[in-house]
Ligand binder design. Structure first.
Ligand code: CUK
Ligand code: CUA
Ligand code: CA
Length: 662
């Protein structure tokens, strides 16, 4: 191991001293399996500095596995109580990112059943995403009509709010790879807008305002905040490529309705994940690289990094007052949020609160009072009081660090925190492979010096290495304390092996009682990160579209026709089970075709597909929908066009001919 990494590990040992940790918690029953913990303790050092997370897994003792394989024996399971039998519906939706698959997924909770995969930054031939003209217009195209980016990396999904809870209008998700934000309209559960963020790399965290609509007192319209994780040359046009001192990150605000980028803030260090306050006045991001390091050892050199708070009102006032600049070709106004330019709290746009060490995750409690950022390389969670951040901006709190009201030791590798709405927090412990339940008030009392306060209430083993954890309605003021989902990064022995890459596990935990109880594992195709769990009654979808919502609809059967302008051929067609509106399309080789297809069926779920043999054309039209494709007829011959989606007893007979004359 390189010396720098060993040094970094040594720093960690001092911070996360295991014996201190055990004494402090002083509560054997909540520590779980002792030998397992010792094992994790000793491997943790190596784990943090390199490939150790894999080492930790590979050397897990078999007997530990057998005690945990069917759930944690000291906790029991509550699987039966939460069974969703045939014919019954789930009580919650989970909207989940899909990582480098680029899509968003919907699961039913508590069953864990996959209900839908929404293509966003990827291509999807079931739907025709990336194939139809309508989806290409959203994805963005090159001059030749090809899709600009065909891949993406979604990490976070968050829903739109009205006054602190979900309004079932939109979901937003990030693309860390090509730095785009996407919006999904929830009535159709389809992506309807994608915007590229200028001058950022590693767009990771995302969170919308929690208040909507306009609150006149703070000139309020809904925004979505985006954190960029990687600093880069500005503008990134070939300058300063070898001089990291010139690189910086931007925090970005996007308008929820227009999906235009409204403003950006230049910061020190990096952004990572994002959270917003319930009063609509603050956005927060955690920073693991305040060092501005370009290599791992440098990124781990500081004892503390930061949780950064943005004063939205002041930023927007600064922009209105013209105190902004632009970067490169972008017209987006940028304000200066660097430490040196924000020394006076009374005018500062940004507050940098020191947090140990390479923190991961920032989440706000459902009562809006506390932001929690986990230590990752410190076994602590840092609790920052919203009220004290406001007071810091008012000049009434002396140091940034004085906004911290608790820093309980909770376990190794803490990442993300969910809340039950009853004052308890649930944090994923990546290295311990556990979820820890801790009480926020007890942590605050302990921080104030109360030696009898015991913040940690319970621990449960998860299988294995959890990343995100989230609770039912936990990111709203309606947090209901029913379920916690642990998004595990490794599944190893939990499912049948399927080759080198295992499926991931999501483990659903009942958090309604004092002790957490594992309900079940469900699989997730790699690699999910974050999700939200939304009460089913909140979500309102439409099963049958309105034909008038599609401007290019072929509204009557009389409109079935083929029009030609030079070598451009426009085909207007209907479908109604089990028929397409035309028996054949005849063109000449070299013609450019645009086929527009409207599905006249009104029956729920009566979808038709449209596929052309050997032409790589494949999309669907749901009831009353219209989609179109444009392609070149570059092969002569007769090619069957057929319905790809089983729609009718005569589905196989639902076909027509595509004739290309040489
Ligand atoms: S990051 Cu994935 S486990 Cu992208 Cu939300 Cu923490
Ligand atoms: Cu129409 Cu199958
Ligand atoms: Ca750091």
């Amino acid at each position: 191991m390189p010396q720098a990494l060993l040094d970094a590990s040594a720093i960690y040992i001092e911070e996360g001293n295991m014996s201190d940790y055990d004494n402090e918690t002083n509560n054997k029953e909540v520590l779980g399996n002792e030998s397992r913990r010792k094992f994790m303790g000793t491997t943790a050092v190596a784990t943090l500095a390199g490939a150790g997370m894999v080492m930790g897994l590979a050397s897990c003792k078999k007997d530990d596995q057998t005690t945990t394989a069917s759930g944690d024996s000291s906790h029991g399971t509550s699987a039966g109580e939460h069974e969703v039998p045939p014919g019954k519906l789930d009580s919650y939706y989970s909207f989940s990112s899909a990582g480098h698959n680029g899509e968003v997924r919907i699961y039913g909770i508590p069953s864990g059943r996959v209900l839908k995969r929404i293509p966003v930054f990827n291509m999807d031939c079931m739907v025709g995403w990336g194939i139809t003209n309508e989806s290409k217009a959203i994805l963005g195209t090159n001059a030749d009509g090809s899709v600009k980016y065909t891949t993406g990396d979604t990490h976070h999904v968050h829903g739109s709010y009205t006054d602190g809870t979900y309004n079932s209008k939109y979901l937003w998700t990030n693309d860390k790879l090509n730095n785009r934000i996407a919006r999904i309209r929830m009535d159709r559960m389809e992506c309807d807008a994608i915007t590229e963020l200028p001058n950022v790399q590693g767009f990771h965290g995302i969170f919308p305002d929690k208040r909507d609509p306009v609150d006149a007192s703070i000139n309020y319209t809904t925004r979505v905040f985006c954190g960029s994780e990687f600093a880069s040359p500005q503008p990134n046009d070939g300058r300063d490529t070898s001089d990291p001192t010139k690189w910086y990150s931007l925090f970005t605000c996007v308008d929820a309705e227009s999906m235009q980028v409204r403003w950006q803030v230049r910061i020190n260090g990096n952004c990572d994940l994002v959270a917003t306050s319930y009063d609509g006045k603050l956005a927060a991001t955690n920073q693991y690289n305040t060092e501005n390091g370009a290599v791992l050892a440098d990124m781990m050199s500081a004892e503390r990094d930061a949780c950064v708070f943005f004063n939205i009102e002041r930023i927007e006032a600064a922009i209105t007052a013209g105190k902004s600049f632009t970067v490169g070709d972008s017209k987006v106004p940028v304000v200066d949020g660097t430490i040196d330019s924000n020394k006076d709290p009374k005018t500062a746009l940004v507050c940098y609160v020191p947090v140990p060490k390479n923190p991961h995750g920032v989440n706000i409690s459902p009562d809006g009072k506390y932001f929690v950022s986990s230590g990752k390389l410190s076994p602590t969670a840092t609790v920052i009081a919203t009220e004290l951040v406001h007071k810091w901006f008012a000049g009434e709190v002396k140091a940034e660090r004085d906004t911290v009201v608790a820093e309980p030791e909770i376990g190794l590798g803490p990442l993300h925190t969910g809340f039950d709405g009853k004052g308890n927090a649930f944090t994923t412990l990546f290295l311990d492979s556990q979820i820890v339940k801790w009480n926020v008030d007890a942590a605050i009392a302990q921080f104030k010096g109360d030696k009898t306060a015991k913040p940690v209430l319970d621990r449960i083993d998860v299988h294995y290495q959890p990343g995100h954890g989230y609770t039912s309605m936990g990111e709203t003021k309606e947090a209901d304390g029913k379920f916690f989902n642990s998004g595990n990064k490794f599944s190893k022995d939990r499912f049948l092996p399927v080759g080198p890459l295992h499926v991931e596990t999501e483990q659903l935990i009942d958090i309604s009682g004092d002790k957490m109880r594992l309900i079940h594992d469900h699989t997730a195709y790699p690699e999910p990160h974050d999700a939200i769990i939304v009460r089913a009654d909140v979500v309102k979808t439409r099963q049958v579209s309105d034909m008038n919502d599609f401007p290019n609809a072929v509204k009557t059967f009389e409109e079935n026709r083929i029009e030609r302008k030079g070598n451009k051929v426009m085909v207007y067609m209907t479908s109604q089970a089990p028929n397409f509106g035309l028996p054949e399309i005849k063109v000449r080789r070299g013609d450019e075709l645009t086929i527009t297809l409207t599905n006249h069926d009104k029956v729920e779920d009566l979808t038709h597909g449209f596929g052309i043999e050997n032409y790589d054309v494949n999309f669907i039209v749901n009831p009353q929908e219209t989609h179109s494709v444009t392609f070149k007829a570059d092969k002569a011959g007769m090619f069957w066009i057929y319905c790809t989606h089983f729609c009718h007893a005569l589905h196989l007979e639902m076909r027509m001919r595509f004739i290309v004359e040489a």
